[in-house]
Design a protein around this ligand. Structure first.
Ligand SMILES: Cc1cc2nc3c(=O)[nH]c(=O)nc-3n(C[C@H](O)[C@H](O)[C@H](O)COP(=O)(O)OP(=O)(O)OC[C@H]3O[C@@H](n4cnc5c(N)ncnc54)[C@H](O)[C@@H]3O)c2cc1C
Length: 386
């Protein structure tokens, strides 16, 4: 009988894992039954939400129908949110009441946003961490008449590490041709922007901030509260006319409700080892954003892509009795501001005694070409599903 592979989540991690297992099974003539279950009929490319806010993409350009993956890649797609994970019984049930048994399970559910975990953060400020949020921010930018714009990163790690500094420069680029020069400040809890992308990129951002007159206030420590006109931190208060905020990352509720929180930090999911497995259920793979920090990886699409390929290859190896499992690939991250782009790369290696990936990062390239590559990657990715 065909072995059953169930993939929960129709975002970056889910699509990559299902596509890898199905296309390789088809190529090798292996009998695997692959089903992807998602809560949404839309497969989003979230970085394009910043383009929506800046007016350079429409909301329709940020997603493609996940159902199209059935025809493109050959696995089944079900749109019906998963409600329970029964790891002992090897089955999941959906809100629609259907039950799916599995031999292998892949979970990639992104992250939830803990706006209400800081006083005032849910009430004040705008963001583009969702399609609706991006449309709201677009309105705010279009009608902005004030003097001070503050970008706030409430805590680390947060969704896509380089994103707010990148957006700060793009907001400067947005206002320049409109003849406006608001004061722009990036508020960052720790001392360096780079997260795990290396000192080269840290220097790059600092140079760019200087050139474009963006204040970088690093090391504010703890966020105390947000009021209607200021951000209060343990190291000072910052007045704003427009606040643009990143969300605190939290574990998606369905994972918390089903006992899948990480024992050391409930913001993330349980995960272990270089193959992203559940410690007690090796047939369960956790490759979504919620599983990256516990193994030392960034909360971004690129590491999730790598994790999904490793999980897919591990499933093929177990199901077929042999398949080469790649080691973790490089993590190339691209960003842009004004006409130019930048790319940083990290190389990773597994450190067994720490249970984490070690890394070395460096800047690969800066220049307009990187910007074009980034734009065409996001749009081409979605075009493959249209
Ligand atoms: C503004 C912004 C900019 C970004 N920029 C970059 C960047 O430049 N580079 C980069 O690498 N990354 C970037 N990212 C991060 C990247 O988009 C995410 O890390 C990545 O999409 C996470 O992949 P995922 O598969 O874990 O979850 P997601 O892609 O978020 O997908 C989660 C999926 O789970 C589904 N789901 C939710 N609940 C259920 C349920 N109960 N049952 C079934 N399905 C469910 C959802 O419908 C969705 O399909 C950015 C993100 C944002 C918001």
């Amino acid at each position: 009988m065909a072995k059953k592979v169930v993939v929960v989540g129709g975002g970056s991690g889910g699509l990559v894992a299902a596509r890898m297992v199905q296309t390789e099974a088809t190529r090798l003539g292996a009998d695997l039954d692959v089903t992807l279950i998602s809560a949404s009929e839309r497969h989003y490319m979230p970085p394009l939400w910043s383009e929506v806010a800046l007016g350079t993409a429409s909301p329709e350009e940020t997603w493609a129908p996940i159902k199209n993956a059935e025809q493109a890649y050959g696995f089944k797609v079900v749109v019906d949110p998963v409600k329970t994970f029964d790891l002992a019984g090897k089955k999941v049930t959906t809100e629609g009441g259907a039950t799916y048994d599995y031999d292998f399970l892949v979970i990639a559910l992104g992250t939830a946003y803990g706006w209400s975990d800081y006083k005032g953060l849910d009430k004040y400020g705008y963001h583009n961490y969702s399609e609706e949020g991006a449309l709201e921010l677009k309105k705010q930018l279009a009608t902005f008449k004030g003097k001070k714009i503050v970008f706030l990163v409430p805590e680390l790690p947060f969704r896509c590490g380089i994103y707010p500094p990148e957006m700060a420069m793009n907001v400067r680029a947005y206002f320049e041709p409109r003849g406006l020069h608001p004061e722009i400040t990036v508020l960052y809890p720790a001392d360096a922007i780079r997260m795990a992308l290396g000192e080269g990129l840290d220097r790059f951002f600092k140079r760019r901030f200087k050139r474009h007159d963006i204040q970088y206030h690093a090391g504010f420590g703890k966020l105390i509260e947000v009021t209607e006109d200021k951000v209060v931190t343990e190291n000072g208060e910052f007045a704003y006319d427009l606040l643009i905020k990143a969300p605190p990352s939290r574990l998606p509720k369905v994972l918390a409700d089903n006992g899948l929180a990480h024992p050391g930090d409930p913001r993330w999911s349980v995960v272990s080892g270089p193959r992203f497995q559940h410690p007690d259920h090796p047939e369960v793979y956790l490759v979504g954003e919620h599983a990256m920090p516990p193994v030392g990886l960034l909360t971004a699409g690129v590491p999730i892509h790598n994790a999904a390929v490793i999980a897919g290859a591990s499933i093929l190896s177990d199901a077929l009795g042999g398949y080469m499992i790649p080691s973790y690939g490089d993590t190339l991250c691209m960003g842009h501001s004004f006409e130019s782009g930048f790319a940083g790369n990290c190389e990773y290696w597994w450190i067994p005694e720490e249970g984490k990936w070690g890394h070395a990062c460096y800047t690969v390239a800066t220049g307009p070409m990187v910007r074009l590559m980034k734009d065409s990657f996001y749009r081409g990715w979605l075009d493959a599903l249209r």
